[in-house]
Design a protein around this ligand. Sequence first.
Ligand SMILES: C[S@@+](CC[C@H](N)C(=O)[O-])C[C@H]1O[C@@H](n2cnc3c(N)ncnc32)[C@H](O)[C@@H]1O
Length: 488
Amino acid sequence: MAGNKRKASDDAAEMSSQPRNERPLGEPTADSESNTLGRSKPGRPSPPAPGVAADGYFRQLYATEPDFKQLARRDPQFAVVLQSNGQLDFSDPAATMQLTKTLLDLDFGLKLDLPGDRLCPPVPNRHNYILWLKELMDSTSYEKPGRKLCGLDIGTGASCIYPLLGVTQRPWCFVATDIDTKNLSYAERNIRLNGLQDRIQLVSRSAEDPLIPVTDMGSDWTIDFVMMNPPFYDSEEDMLSSANKKARPPMSACTGAPVEMVCDGGEVAHVGRLLRESLVLQDRIQWYTSMLGKLTSLETLVEQLRHHGIDNYAVTEFVQGKKTRRWALGWSFGPMRPSEHVARGMKASLWRKILPPSVTAELLVLPADRPVNPLTSRIQEVLGALELMSWIWEPEAAKGFGRAGENVWSRAWRRKKLREQHEGQGNDARSSITTVSEDCRLGFEVTVAVGRSETRVNLHWREGHDALIFESLCGFLQRKLKDINEDK
Ligand SMILES: C[S@@+](CC[C@H](N)C(=O)[O-])C[C@H]1O[C@@H](n2cnc3c(N)ncnc32)[C@H](O)[C@@H]1O
């Protein structure tokens, strides 16, 4: 079965697939040894405690080629399944299951017990989803990154992998559901094995129940985000032929059991159910998300979102190795816009048509030798003169946040204001405007980033549903800052 055997270097492509972040990679904190969940083993660096300080550690996991020989040195159980030539036989369910257990143990300090006839999750792929979710939730709040959140994992599987990975990285709690009794009993065992009973609550469902267990959670429930890795196939034949193509034993831990992998209508129907439930619950939950196994499903579901007038959504792709890709889709009824990197995580121009509107616009680029003070003063002067709901400049961070109740930089607005003043109504324009415009139509951030060769001023759309008002502010600020570029 040589064709099924992959080298560590092949697997490295799979493992180096996580979404890259433009921010510099952090490192585990120097005191991470002492700052752990108490899962360290002698001679082994420990995973850091959950929180934003640990993001750098978790972001760089699987970014470089995994060294199977080193894994075998660190985990004797992995040494047992590693072949003498340093390769792992990916057609052997026992070997892939051990890889999952070893990575969870070494990189996250997590223990796992799995049956042989249920899905065994590949860790890098599941980790990618959590990395994306962290950025999604961080970038759609004015609070500091790393807030306490509660997630709902629909179809958690025997591993309970998403809640385990989530609570290891952030101060999150989870409600996790499944319809399969064997999965539920193993999920419970895995929660206990890791002492996480107070952070992860299991809820048993039937296939006919709503996906979101609203009635089981009491009246004062709080769920901030939903995540889901839905049954992928729409028939058992479909699943078996896919397993055959990969030359994997059917119904093994690699492929999963039919109850886990098959549902009527496949993943489009399953996510379609979630969409219908979200149309009722609206912004009771901030983000509804799902992983997808087929690009065509993503296209169909984005069409459905647009059909329902949902403008605030995010798409991304997770690349595993040379052949395997997965996608994720998230949508929100709330006004907070995810960052560019999170919302438009598909690079190929071919897919531009399914992306949500851009949320970052370049206002100005200056050579690095130009002084920055006149630039930041101009930004403050221009935005400070507008009748915004709020405008705050943070000098140390060289960025400012503003919120506008309406398009107060437009000529039409200025004409209206003059007319009101003329008619004796608008003497105190700021108070009259803020009272009629309690609702924020645009929340934005202006950043000044001084690099080695240039200084960049960007405008970021943080809040609101109206792409045109964002574009309009962008044009206005570009005109107002233009002559700074011309000043010598
Ligand atoms: C593809 S598996 C994902 C398992 C795990 N989350 C992972 O990523 O490895 C899909 C899971 O959804 C569960 N499932 C199927 N229909 C469901 C439903 N209506 N409600 C909740 N879970 C469901 C299956 O039993 C299975 O565990």
